[in-house]
Design a protein around this ligand. Structure first.
Ligand code: FPP
Length: 255
């Protein structure tokens, strides 16, 4: 018994019961879902089994965030750099949103969730794009949690495209350089309309941003866990939110 308690205490990601105040729930939680491949490798399984189980964790995280009263949940599902992976893995990853929505869309609608996508969707395979479009259309009048998938998303590309657009507007004489403000840039990024993430979570022990929401996370609180993404559940989210509530956000000022 003592050995088991010691083992539990030494686990870096141990799940302790946490107290959460309903008055300070992060409005926007963004997640870098990492560690699917290592989770599978640990078990002697192919990487795609890790992604399949990662999809189940997407469902758990969505329900948990909705239960906690989070308003926006952005999940990094596929980056502009992920195309470099072997074709079989890319094909599998592109089928996951289709499978996820086929299984879960009705329940998401029942829970009043609104699905959105952020990224270069033109370059997605047609089956992936169609599934996302259908989910967006079928949930657009929902008023609950906004579940925002970052799909074929890259932070630098997003900024590059935004700057190109502003440059074109200046060239066309419809915008002057003095009119470029943070608010204007916000409105012209792919996340336009969403508030900046309050809390950014990354799983699997890696402590990088990996080209994710580079502009928007300027003042986000960061929380890292050693848990691999397929292991992520409500207890992890609660730990992250409890830690968020212990932080003092100063935005560069004094408090
Ligand atoms: C990173 O783990 C994970 C990804 C690149 C894909 C994330 C996708 C999912 C979790 C499923 C998405 C589901 C829906 C519904 C969109 P990794 O493969 O880089 O892991 P590793 O670093 O251990 O190799």
């Amino acid at each position: 018994m003592i050995k088991r308690i010691q083992e539990w205490l030494s686990r870096k990601d141990r799940q302790v019961p946490v107290e959460i105040s309903p008055d300070n729930i992060p409005r926007h939680v963004a997640i870098i879902m990492d560690g699917n491949g290592r989770w599978a490798k640990r078990r002697g399984l192919p990487r795609i089994v890790g992604h399949q189980n990662g999809m189940k964790a997407v469902k758990r995280a969505t329900i948990a965030a909705n239960d906690l009263g989070v308003e926006f949940l952005t999940m990094y599902a596929f980056s502009t750099e992920n195309w470099k992976r072997p074709k079989d893995e890319v094909d599998f990853l592109m089928r996951l949103p289709v499978e996820f929505l086929a299984i879960e869309l009705d329940e998401l609608i029942e829970k009043n969730v609104q699905v959105r996508v952020m990224g270069d969707t033109e370059a997605l395979p047609s089956h992936t794009r169609r599934a996302m479009e259908e989910a967006i259309v079928r949930t657009e009048s929902n008023t609950g949690l906004i579940l925002n998938f970052a799909l074929n998303y890259g932070g630098r590309k997003e900024i590059e495209d935004c700057m190109r657009g502003l440059g074109k507007d200046i060239q066309a004489g419809v915008l002057s350089p003095e009119e470029i403000t943070s608010e204007l840039i916000d409105s012209r990024l792919l996340s336009g309309g969403l508030p900046d993430p309050d809390l950014l979570i990354r799983t699997s022990g890696e402590m990088r941003l990996s080209n994710f929401m580079l502009w928007q996370i300027a003042y986000s609180e960061l929380w890292f866990t050693d848990a691999y993404w397929p292991e992520f559940d409500k207890a992890h989210l609660m730990q992250a939110v409890a830690e968020y509530q212990r932080r003092t956000r100063r935005y560069g000022g004094l408090k």
